[in-house]
Design a protein around this ligand. Structure first.
Ligand SMILES: [Zn+2]
Length: 224
């Protein structure tokens, strides 16, 4: 039997007092998280487990910790650009005195629960889906200032005008024909060669280049 995790306290700690969860399987998007931290600040605490005198182990928020490490101590020297100007970095406030630290919720739990929390925190995030209309509406309130949202203009365009589904393509263009998947030959020839090609293939069964090419093949076969 395993016990649920028990909340102990929330503290701000230097990152060198924390260690990453060993064997974390998730490979998160650290640059996007860093963008968010710089724009929004650290709005969510890391979750770390306390075991006796060992350093605290981060069960959830390992990529947030990596993003903070990527930022590094002191002034990053980069204010955050917004459409109306600049604002201080949400991590360091552009202060040289900023120490590499993060806000941490400390919990106590057994080994199995620690692994379970690490697994489910990663898994539950990826298993979720979106209400696309609600997402488009939320993004529409951002007034094209997408910094720190994790979305780009291209993402928003795809959301507003998504590529047609296979069903919609079939409605527009009909079902695919067998020869849709045949190889396509592409050749570049001089105008003289083109005229000669048309001249040699006036007796082809049709006027398309494909008909003319087949006719030429027939001629070549009978000459061989
Ligand atoms: Zn900064």
């Amino acid at each position: 039997m395993t016990e649920p995790a028990r909340y102990l306290r929330t503290v701000t700690l230097p990152l060198d007092q924390l260690r990453h969860f060993p064997g974390n399987a998730k490979r998160g998007d650290v640059p996007t998280i860093l963008d968010s931290l710089r724009r929004n600040g650290q709005y969510r605490s890391l979750i770390a487990r306390q075991v006796d005198e060992e350093p605290l182990t981060v069960l959830a928020g390992n990529h947030t910790m990596m993003a903070l490490e990527l930022h590094g101590p002191g002034d990053c020297g980069e204010p955050v650009k917004t459409p109306t100007g600049e604002q201080p970095c949400g991590i360091c406030r552009n202060s040289p005195a900023w120490e590499l630290s993060g806000r941490v919720e400390v919990v106590e739990c057994d080994d199995a629960t620690a692994r379970r929390i690490n697994l489910v925190d990663n898994r539950s995030a990826e298993k979720g889906t979106y209400d696309r209309d609600a997402l488009a509406e939320l993004l529409s309130y951002m007034d094209d200032d997408l910094g720190g949202t994790g979305y780009t203009d291209a993402d928003v365009q795809l959301l507003i005008a998504p590529p047609p589904s296979l069903e919609e393509l079939a409605d527009t263009y009909g079902d695919p024909a067998a020869d849709d998947f045949w190889p396509v030959l592409k050749i570049r020839i001089s105008p003289e060669e083109r005229d000669e090609f048309y001249g040699l293939t006036v007796d082809a069964s049709g006027k398309e280049d494909t008909d003319r090419f087949r006719h030429l093949m027939t001629l070549a076969r009978s000459a061989a």
